[in-house]
Design a protein around this ligand. Structure first.
Ligand code: PHE
Ligand code: ZN
Length: 855
């Protein structure tokens, strides 16, 4: 009976829950195979005559009683998905429902609900995991105060809120803040804390703990510091103070996602907590700081104000991503962070928007909500807020946010509520702006220029291609930040924001002495694809002169992308590009992190996207070869200066993960990546042999792999790190991501049969399969071996961990771009998955959506 006909859930069907929950008391008697959960829920009916429908899955009901009276079999209906109590069995006024259930955390490989990770108990309840713990209205608009008692013969017993009492083998926690069930958490294990504290703006002292396995406690300092910085920043930037006496973070080895914002008890994938120079790269340090901040920021944007239903997921996620991006930007370099965020947005969200999985920031229906924790909801959701902020200005944004916190604290809110605070605080009509939430697809913004008698005119046209279920779209509000440069490089019109609202619209600038060069969409002011015919010379000019750092980088990037697209078709390297890169790397005044970003070539997938966008079917092997040729040409032409940079960017002294030294290492490795194309890996080997930190070790290793000289290095790396799970994940990932594509499917298969491939561990699975899928020409191997290998593993993982399997299936989302032979092979792999009996709801929804080409 399970999942026989998966139901579609629709936003339009929302109805409030007919009961109010006044208090929830939970008792856990933990045991790996048979945990008992006793729930006492005090509730008040709000609609006379309504049945009491409770969600529940994988639960063994032991007993159920109302106000102390056991229910008899006629009083309720028990199914695979819940317990419904007949209205006749319910009192008219407030009552207490008491249930006891048995669950088996040890066998829970889906890692949702209560599960075990190497001897420790932990929970994951978002989005619908709480129903695997007890019978409950598992929906975000049902908020209640929780009291929790945990009983287990383990030294550390944690739950949400503040600790109130404990003794040997038990502990009690009270969370004074009403919350939805998805924010519930419990942890029990033999853990040790790295502790500190934080004094809030009103002078309250909060105890902070990072809980980890014994032996990991010396890798928690960075995470604790990041938490303290995040707490301070939220007070300074948003006026938001923490609201409990204690804040706990727990690192868990088996975790499907990055981390989870459970009230007062954040649970993290260990890879986003543990950090040491030996084991952690600069990029990972930055990510750890960002995710620690993200989960902390959810305390206000997500927890104090939560979502009415899961269609409103972007209400908390888009806003919290936006906030963590602002935070990282303040902690490190604003321009560098913006470039990194746009790279991610394009690589993940534009890709999603362009394929069969395209959906709105606020979707209107879903089968499995776990499939909607996407780049569109998160990253595009954040971009939409960035546009709002640009449109209403910094002061307007702050007023709107103050009003949001004021008006909706303690509530489960909607996107309508969110837009209303902006309208009310700033007087703006946001009716048209709302299309950013309802319409899928990335708008294409075409621009044409006119110059006459000192007047310069920009004429924009916007078109959003069709997406599944949305053939036609009305024009959106697009904030276009523009500056104008004179041909000598001076800025003649500083940045101003043009507000485009029509399908076609003109904006003029008069009184100009000479025809200007436009710098369009500064700071990437809207998540659109800008289409402008520009010469290589003009792009090189902007790369040299633009005052907007994002657009400087963008000019260089588009120059490289254009050159690469031409090279795929057989052209020689573009001299303008080669020279422009030479000027840029000699510019010692520019931030090394920025130069590193400019030096790195667009990836193969990005080139494939660019070709597809101009109507060419991308050939993965030709793209791989062209990119290699360009890297070699750059290295040949600039060997001397690249070599100098490589040596000069060595950072002496003890390691620090800060933006300054990290930027130098990034530039050093970007130079090395080019040099390794012509020196047979000589410099990479030297760096690998002496590198004092993981950033340079791994960077050098990647170069050695690309140079085909990594056998000894890979063996040595493995020998040194075989006991460290997080480092071994990198070992799997790096060799597949950088492998020779011709051999990549065979290598992937070999690594998948390595005894160290613990495939039920999400990080390990993601490392191998994600590393392989990142090898563009390897995954899209013309034989189809990549597709079938990958599909085999999705089939194997699905019954064990459907959420993970479904997430990983997105590797297939670009199949409609490729040639007919590849399309047929990819479709056959998808069809093989779809035909599987007993496919999970998660995977069933994904393959059904994936199978449909978009155009
Ligand atoms: N809410 C988490 C975050 O954004 C992500 C998450 C979703 C984690 C679902 C686990 C399960 O930080
Ligand atoms: Zn989040």
């Amino acid at each position: 009976m399970k999942d026989a006909t998966p139901q579609t859930i629709r936003l339009a069907d929302y109805a409030p829950y007919p009961f109010t929950l006044d208090a929830v008391a939970l008792t856990f008697r933990l045991a790996p195979k048979a945990t008992r959960v006793v729930a006492e829920i005090r509730m008040t009916p709000r609609q006379p005559g309504a049945a009491l429908a409770l969600d529940g899955e994988h639960l063994r009901l032991i007993s159920a009683a109302i106000d102390g009276q056991s229910l008899s079999a006629e009083d309720y209906i028990l199914t695979d998905t819940g317990l419904t109590i007949h209205p006749a069995a319910l009192p008219d006024a407030a009552f207490t429902l008491a249930t006891e259930v048995e669950i088996a955390p040890e066998g829970n490989t889906a890692l949702q609900g209560l599960y075990m990770s190497r001897g420790m108990y932990c929970t994951q309840c978002e989005a619908q995991g709480f129903r695997r713990i007890t019978f409950y209205p598992d929906r975000p608009d049902v908020m209640a105060r929780f009291t929790v008692r945990v009983e287990a013969d383990l030294p550390v017993l944690l739950s949400n809120g503040n600790p109130t009492a404990s003794g040997p083998g038990w502990a009690e926690w009270v969370d004074p803040w009403p919350k939805p069930a998805y924010l519930f958490a419990l942890v029990a294990g033999d853990l040790v804390a790295h502790s500190g504290n934080f004094t809030t703006m009103s002078g309250r002292k909060v105890a902070l703990n990072i809980w980890v396995r014994r032996g990991d406690e010396d890798r928690c300092g960075f995470a604790l510091g990041a938490l303290q910085r995040a707490m301070k920043w939220d007070e300074d930037a948003y006026g938001r103070e923490y609201d409990l006496d204690i804040f706990n973070i727990v690192a868990v080895d088996d975790f499907n996602m990055g981390a989870m914002e459970n009230k007062g008890l954040n649970i993290f994938n260990a890879k986003l907590v543990l950090a040491s120079p030996d084991t952690t790269t600069d990029g990972e340090y930055e990510r750890i700081e960002g995710v620690i901040a993200h989960e902390y920021f959810h305390n206000w944007t997500g927890n104090r104000i939560t979502c009415r239903d899961w269609f409103q997921l972007c209400l908390k996620e888009g806003l919290t991503v936006f906030r963590d991006q602002q935070f990282t930007s303040d902690m490190r370099s604003g321009p560098v962070k913006r470039i990194e965020d746009v790279l991610t947005l394009r690589a993940r969200q534009f890709r999603e928007d362009q394929g069969p999985l395209a959906h709105a920031v606020r979707p209107e229906s879903y089968v499995e909500i776990n499939n909607f924790y996407t780049a569109t909801v998160y990253e595009k959701g954040a971009e939409v807020i960035g546009m709002l902020r640009r449109l209403v200005g910094d002061a307007g944004y702050r007023r709107a946010l103050d009003l949001y916190f004021d008006r909706h604290d303690g509530q489960a809110a909607t996107i309508e509520d969110w837009l209303a605070v902006f309208a009310d605080a700033t007087g703006r009509d946001l009716g048209q702006f709302k299309r950013w939430y309802s319409d899928a697809g990335t708008p294409r913004l075409r621009v044409e220029e006119h110059w006459q008698d000192g007047t310069y005119t920009l004429e924009f046209t916007q078109v959003t291609p069709p997406t599944p279920g949305q053939p036609e779209k009305a024009p959106r509000v697009i904030p276009i930040a523009v500056g104008l440069l004179s041909p000598n490089g001076d800025e003649v019109v500083p940045t101003q924001v043009l507000e485009m609202t029509e399908a076609r619209q003109r904006f003029s600038f008069s009184g100009l002495a000479v025809r200007p060069v436009p710098s369009l969409l500064r700071g990437f002011s809207a998540p659109v694809v800008l289409e402008r015919d520009a010469t290589a010379a003009e792009r090189a000019f902007l790369l040299a002169h633009d005052t907007d750092p994002f657009n400087r980088w963008e000019a260089g990037r588009s120059l490289a992308r254009e050159a690469l697209c031409a090279m795929v078709a057989g052209a020689a390297p573009e001299p303008e590009h080669i020279d422009a890169v030479g000027r840029l790397i000699r510019d010692g005044a520019a931030d090394p992190a920025f130069r590193a970003l400019c030096l790195r070539l667009p990836g193969e997938e990005e080139i494939a996207t660019a070709l597809f966008e101009r109507g060419t079917v991308p050939d993965p092997d030709a793209i791989h070869a062209a990119r290699g040729r360009l890297a070699a040409a750059l290295a040949q032409k600039h060997e001397a200066v690249l070599s100098e940079i490589h040596d000069a960017m060595a950072v002496p002294g003890p390691y620090a993960p800060d933006a300054g030294p990290a930027g130098k290492r990034a530039l050093r490795l970007a130079a090395l990546a080019l040099l390794s194309r012509i020196d047979g890996g000589r410099r990479a080997q030297a760096l690998f042999d002496t590198a004092p930190n993981m950033t340079e070790t791994l960077g050098a290793l990647a170069c050695l792999i690309e140079a085909g000289q990594a056998d000894a290095a890979l063996a040595g790396f493995r020998a040194r790190w075989s006991a460290d799970r997080l480092v071994m994940d990198k070992w799997f990932m790096v060799q597949l991501a950088h492998a020779d594509p011709a051999n990549a499917p065979a290598l992937a298969a070999r690594l998948a049969s390595d005894p160290a491939f613990e495939w039920k561990n999400p990080n390990r699975f993601r490392a191998l399969m994600g590393g392989f899928a990142a090898n563009h020409a390897g995954f899209h191997h013309p034989s189809g071996a990549g597709y079938s290998f990958y599909a085999d593993w999705l089939i194997k993982l699905d019954p064990v961990n459907p959420q993970m399997a479904a997430r990983m299936s997105t590797a297939f989302e670009t199949w409609p771009r490729y040639d007919a032979a590849r399309q047929a092979l990819a479709q056959a792999a998808l069809a093989r998955i779809e035909a599987l009996p007993g496919l999970s709801r998660d995977m069933g929804e994904m393959v059904a959506r994936l199978a449909k080409a978009n155009r």
